[in-house]
Design a protein around this ligand. Structure first.
Ligand code: SF4
Length: 684
């Protein structure tokens, strides 16, 4: 066996039915599938049939790091999961999730690239990994605990305070279809419902402690040179934030005077930020947290980062008065988790209770945020009474803490209406007879259910056919930030962004100003394909989507151009596999085609064009959202044009070498990508 550099060389295989623990050679999958998502997809293709349901013992939960895990590569503390999903709709197909924090690096220090969990334990258990020592331990005493308490107990039983844990809460135990897996105070393996997959296996969690080192092909100095270069272009989250005064008012990441960095003793004046002053650029993430948190801003204590991340985008906050409700007084948030319940009438205690309850119960705010709007609409239009719902709608006028606490607990425990909500928005709305109202956009302006049964994280009506394509070609919420990063968060002028887009995707027409969609142009297809490929790369190395790819940079002398080759530079240095940017992207293209093949297998049809590659009617109408949680930016405007979007789909298939009628990869394309066996199995 060749000694690998970068990759640990071993993947743990743990069968919870038999108790058997084995080690699989990573060499079998690399460099062809890179790591993370690529390897996870290949294992699911090889080992799980299309007939297996997500909560069957035959389903597997694959948790994978990659070649950059545990290194000082920026934002490399991520971990990717692949499994059959109880969350996706209408088909429960194989998809992915991703989690930050420190678990991925710790697993790497323990000597593993990933874990394949299979089977089902006869009673609650957890997996304990301490370097070479791997055990399946009893977790009967942990079943029913919230995620904070379960992690506390597990790390205590590991007898090493540096152990890291990821666990499910009551929602995962009760098989809530959208349940998440939690690590630390907030990091969540979110979309996909993999918390329910863990629950179905009677697996409460996994704890890991590693004391080993990562073997790299390059020296530490060589890696750090690339890291310093990357940091000089990254500067702040979301793909290059252009500092004021050049950055526009739309940037959510402008600095403000008087902030402290990571709770340091000295207040700093940010003023005009020099992009080379990384410390002050980091303060802009700090300010973004405060701005985004709205009424929670006064409770922000300091910023927190995942392993090896220069951005530290997460806010640690403390609300001392929560102790009266028995809710933990400190937690972390990033993005929607802070604000998913924050109507104008709510108190900060209600908003913080909502944040803490999703993290401690293991719930998914991306689904519940739609439910809050749907339930309000149903109540206001007389479709459901307070008594029928068993949830005190009237409390919303008094601050909302009782309302949101009742809702979260009912869902996590599948009580009453909570049992229907636990089915996820589309399945639950269907049971309540209001799914058509949702899909037409009639239910309530903010119930934005997009493809695959998920909330429309970045609305195609704001971000053009490009995000429309990424939504339908992916098989979950794509949650990729290149387009909004360029068009919105960067604060850069649209003329400058268009020049960057021209360099990357061949035409200025690749990107539109927000909410002003121009007719489809092939460069938009090229942009969507680039997003898909860089998504695979990020989830396979793995790196964070808030940082990579570095599409823009804040440097005027570079004409704000970033550098999309940083990932291949890091990969080549760490593994010694000297791949150019194009070669790494070719490997990503292979995994993207495998992703499509897995979806075809799970859907049991090669024709994905009609059923799978589909957007609800509402996206072909005008955008009217005004609420803070809305992903529509830019106010009312035209939606996508149906005929134009069909043209976009056809061109996307053509550029990929896929069948234009069905959207399936052709045999020729699969063979060119060294996936002949996949074409054979699909009988293409
Ligand atoms: S940008 Fe934020 S979520 Fe991403 S790795 Fe860094 S700290 Fe974690």
């Amino acid at each position: 066996m060749v000694e690998l550099k970068g990759w640990a060389g071993k993947i743990l295989r743990i069968d919870l039915t038999s108790g058997k623990i084995e080690k699989v050679d990573t060499e079998r999958y690399v460099p062809k599938y890179i790591g993370g998502l690529g390897i996870g997809l290949r294992i699911m293709w090889d080992e799980v049939s299309g007939d297996v349901k997500p909560l069957d013992p035959e389903n597997k939960l694959i948790l994978m790091g990659g070649p950059l895990s545990g290194t000082l590569s920026p934002s490399s503390g991520r971990l990717t999961a692949v499994s059959k999903s109880p969350h996706t709709w209408p088909v429960e197909h194989t998809t992915r999730g991703n989690i930050g924090g420190h678990f991925g690096a710790e697993l790497r220090f323990a000597g593993y690239d990933g874990i394949i969990v299979e089977g089902k334990a006869s009673k609650p258990v957890y997996i304990a990994i301490h370097d070479d020592q791997v055990a399946i331990r009893d977790a009967v005493h942990l079943w029913g605990l919230d995620t904070y308490e379960a992690q506390r107990q597990m790390t205590k039983e590991m007898r090493d305070a540096r152990a890291k844990a990821m666990v499910i809460g009551p929602a995962g135990e009760k098989l809530v279809r959208t349940a998440v897996i939690i690590h630390g105070l907030k990091d969540a393996l979110g979309q996909g419902g993999f918390g329910a997959v863990m629950g179905s296996k009677n697996l409460k969690g996994i704890a890991v402690r590693g004391t080993g080192k990562v073997k790299m092909a390059c020296s530490s100095k060589e890696l750090l040179d690339i890291v310093e270069y990357a940091k000089s272009l990254i500067a702040a989250p979301i793909h290059g934030i252009i500092p004021p005064p050049v950055g526009g008012a739309s940037s959510g990441y402008r600095g403000r005077d008087g902030l402290q960095w990571v709770g340091g003793p000295k207040k700093l004046s940010i003023g005009k930020v020099d992009p080379k002053d990384l410390s002050r650029m980091g303060l802009r993430a700090h300010e973004a947290d405060r701005r985004f948190a709205g009424k929670m801003a006064p409770f922000h204590v300091k910023n927190i980062g995942c392993f090896s991340c220069p951005i530290a985008c997460k806010s640690y906050m403390t609300v001392p008065t929560m102790s009266k409700s028995g809710i933990p007084t400190s937690g972390e948030y990033v993005c929607l988790s802070a604000t998913w319940y924050s109507p104008p009438t709510s108190t900060h205690e209600a908003t913080f209770a909502a944040k803490q309850l999703i993290d401690t119960l293991g719930l998914n705010p991306w689904d519940l945020v739609m439910w809050v709007f749907l339930l309000r609409w149903m109540h206001q239009t007389g479709k459901i009474t307070e008594k029928e719902a068993g949830i005190p709608f009237s409390d919303e006028k008094k601050g909302g803490e009782r309302f949101i606490t009742a809702l979260c607990n009912k869902v996590a425990n599948r009580e009453g209406l909570g049992d229907i909500i636990a089915e996820g928005l589309p399945r639950g709305a269907m049971k309540l007879g209001v799914l058509d109202d949702v899909l037409r956009g009639d239910a309530a302006a903010q119930v934005m259910l997009c493809s695959h049964g998920m909330w429309d994280h970045y609305d195609p009506r704001s971000y053009s056919q490009v995000l429309g394509l990424t939504w339908v070609m992916d098989n979950r919420d794509p949650n990729r930030h290149e387009y909004p990063g360029m068009a919105l968060f960067s604060g850069a002028k649209i003329e400058d962004v268009k020049q960057v887009a021209k360099g990357l995707y061949g035409s200025e027409n690749a990107i539109d100003p927000i909410g002003k969609i121009t007719p489809y142009h092939p460069s938009k297809g090229k942009f969507a394909i680039s997003i898909d490929h860089h998504g695979i790369i990020k989830d396979s190395l793995p790196l964070c989507d808030w940082v990579f790819p570095v599409v823009l940079s804040p440097h005027a002398e570079r004409k704000y151009m970033g550098d999309m080759s940083i990932e291949s530079k890091l990969f080549s240095a760490v593994t010694g596999v000297k791949w150019s940017e194009q070669e790494l992207e070719k490997a990503a293209e292979r995994s993207w085609n495998l992703h499509r093949a897995v979806t075809i297998r799970d859907w049991k049809t090669v024709n994905l064009r009609e059923g799978h590659d589909w957007l609800p009617d509402v996206y072909f109408g005008s955008a009217t959202q005004t609420m803070a949680v809305s992903t529509v930016v830019g106010g009312a405007g035209g939606g996508l044009d149906r005929q134009d979007f069909e043209t976009a789909k056809t061109d996307y298939y053509r550029q990929r070498g896929w069948d234009e009628k069905t959207g399936a990869p052709t045999r020729k394309t699969l063979e060119e990508l060294d996936l002949k066996d996949v074409a054979d199995k699909l009988k293409l």
